[in-house]
Structure formats: structure tokens, C-alpha cells
Design a protein around this ligand. Structure first.
Ligand code: PBG
Ligand code: ZN
Length: 322
């Protein structure tokens, strides 16, 4: 290879047209999954820790689905804020529950929109942990059937994809069997396979009302110090029947996304989580950076690292940016 001054790297950076021509990474709305917080009634409530994001009532679900369709999004991801919580999180598998109702509304309003539902118990348990408790610890095996019941009820309501985010061992297999036993063999499982115990979920806990009332999630979510372990988690979830696997959070895990893509191929889903979103928003509000450029750059980095699909609260504002 020849070198400077024969080669000048700046030649291809000179104009918008040249830069676009040689761009290696392109964000398209069909890659975006838009997360939405659904509550039973009332009006949309802005989430102070997530500027630009609101909790929406079930009655708005149809409009949200049409908006997602108009923007050309790959899908939406639903989180439920139930009316009532209990020790076991029983509102999670209530056929008349908030997510189930929203799914039905959305599929009625815009049947082609891919509806993904988050499957976990932390929004539904009074203690805020992702499974049922045995003393102070989350009981892995006792949680599995509840997750499977929840996934089945989402799928019966019409969800295209169920996405378990609890990090119990064996949940993908339990959910796959639960779905198959109910004749829901076509329901896709998107596993939060490599999900870290991350400080970047902070704003989400306000948005979804799901903060643990004691302790933290480090006994079930992954230790941020580990990378090899993420490859093992992904391999196991694929083996148990996951159709799609996710890495979460996004920007702190670019290495994990890249390794996952190399080792397993696509599609890899990356989640730009609440804290990643909010830190850009708040920094922009303070004038520290250009928020829309920073959001685009962050999403582009996920794509460049190997993410085929990106879950992001910024999906609407990313459309058309390059
Ligand atoms: C529930 C769940 C969480 C997120 C997605 N599903 C919170 C958590 O695990 O504590 C985080 C999403 C975000 O921060 O945007 N298990
Ligand atoms: Zn949870």
C-alpha cells in the first residue's frame, strides 16, 4: 500500500456527497424498536428523568402503533405499569392486564407493526425484584413458570415477540415450552441474553416504577467486569431456543456487541437504555453538547459495533438523521 502524499485520507471526507458515498454504517427506521411505557388510564404523563418520554394510557396505544407504522419502525417494545402489585407479580399474566390490553389495541390499529413485550415481574411485584422471593433471594426455579405464564398471556393477546429481561437461568427454555404447549409455536423469543447489572437503568426505574425495594439486581444480572460470561449466556439462550439475542446496556457494551456478532452472527439486538438516553438529553439541556448529533453518533456506534437492531427511546428523533 502506498502512503502519503499519494494517499490522502481526507480526499473522501471532503463533501457531504463523498462522505455519504463511502459511509459504512446506515441507520434505517426498520432497525429501530421504540420502547413505550403503558399505564391503565388517565392522560400521558411526562417522565422527568427522561426528557421527551412519557407514560401513555392504554387508550393511546392505537395511536402509538399508527405512529410507529408511519415512521417505519421495526417494532415497539411495551412495558406495563399495572394498577396493583403483589408478592408474586400476578398482574403480569392477567389477560386483562395493561400490556395485554395495549397489545390488542395496537394489533387492531396497525396489524403490521411488530409488537414486542418485555417479560419480567419487577414492574408487578411490590418488592420490585424480577422474580419471586425466597427470604431475601430471588428464587430462580419458582420464577420460571410465572415468566412462562406471562409470556403466554402476551402472546395470546397478539404479541409477535416476547422479550424476557429477568435474567433467571433457564427462562428461555421455560418460555419456549410454555408457548409451544399452548399452540403458540410461532411466537418469537427475543432474549435479554447479556444483560448487565448496570447503573444506566436509573431513569427507567422512575419510568416503570420498578426499583427494588431492598438490595439490588447483582445476584441475577451480569457483572460489568465480565465479557466471556456474556458469550456463554448468549450461547445458552440460543441453545434454549432464543430466536433473537440482546446485549444491554448498549454503549458501555460495544465490545460485547462486537464479540457477539463475530461469534454468533446476526441478528444482534442492542438496547440504548434509559441512562444512555437521559445523559445525552441532560447534557444537551445544559448546552454541553449537541443532543441530536450525540444521539445519532451513539446509535451509529451501536450499529458499527455490530448491532443489527437497536432499541432506543430516541427512535422518533433519529428518523432522517445522517
Ligand atoms: C426490567 C427491565 C429493566 C430494563 C428493561 N427491562 C430494568 C432493570 O432490569 O432494572 C432497563 C431499560 C432501561 O434502562 O431503559 N427487568
Ligand atoms: Zn425485571
Amino acid at each position: 500500500m502506498s502512503s502519503f502524499p499519494t494517499i490522502r485520507m481526507r480526499r473522501l471526507r471532503r463533501t457531504t456527497g463523498l462522505r455519504r458515498l463511502v459511509a459504512e454504517t446506515h441507520l434505517h427506521p426498520s432497525q429501530f424498536i421504540w420502547p413505550l411505557f403503558i399505564k391503565p388510564g388517565g392522560e400521558a404523563t411526562p417522565i422527568p428523568l427522561m426528557p421527551g418520554v412519557s407514560q401513555h394510557p392504554v387508550k393511546a396505544a392505537g395511536d402509538l402503533a399508527r405512529r410507529a407504522a408511519d415512521l417505519g419502525f421495526g417494532g415497539v417494545l411495551l412495558f406495563g405499569l399495572p394498577d396493583t402489585k403483589d408478592d408474586r407479580g400476578s398482574a403480569a399474566w392477567d389477560n386483562q392486564g395493561v400490556v395485554q390490553a395495549a397489545v390488542r389495541e395496537m394489533k387492531r390499529a396497525a396489524p403490521d407493526v411488530v409488537v414486542v413485550t418485555d417479560v419480567c415481574l419487577c414492574e408487578y411485584t411490590g418488592h420490585g425484584h424480577c422474580g419471586v422471593l425466597n427470604g431475601d433471594t430471588v428464587d430462580n426455579d419458582a420464577t420460571l413458570e410465572l415468566l412462562a405464564k406471562t409470556a403466554v398471556s402476551h402472546a395470546e393477546a397478539g404479541a409477535d415477540i416476547v422479550a424476557p429481561s429477568d435474567m433467571m437461568d433457564g427462562r428461555v427454555a421455560a418460555i419456549r415450552h410454555g408457548l409451544d404447549d399452548e399452540g403458540l409455536g410461532d411466537t418469537v423469543i427475543l432474549s435479554y441474553a447479556a444483560k448487565y447489572a448496570s447503573a444506566f437503568y436509573g431513569p427507567f426505574r422512575e419510568a416503570a416504577g420498578s426499583a427494588p425495594q431492598f438490595g439490588d439486581r447483582r445476584a441475577y444480572q451480569m457483572d460489568p467486569r465480565n465479557g466471556d460470561e456474556a458469550m456463554k449466556e448468549i450461547a445458552m439462550d440460543l441453545d434454549e431456543g432464543a430466536d433473537l439475542i440482546m446485549v444491554k446496556p448498549g454503549m458501555p457494551c460495544l465490545d460485547i456487541i462486537s464479540r457477539a456478532k463475530d461469534q454468533f452472527g446476526g441478528p444482534i439486538v442492542a438496547y440504548q437504555v434509559s441512562g444512555e438516553y437521559s445523559m445525552i438529553k441532560f447534557a444537551a439541556e445544559k448546552g454541553a453538547l449537541d443532543g441530536s448529533r450525540a444521539m445519532w453518533e451513539a446509535a451509529t456506534a451501536l450499529s458499527r459495533a455490530g448491532a443489527d437492531i437497536i432499541i432506543t427511546y430516541a427512535a422518533p428523533e433519529l428518523v432522517g438523521q445522517q
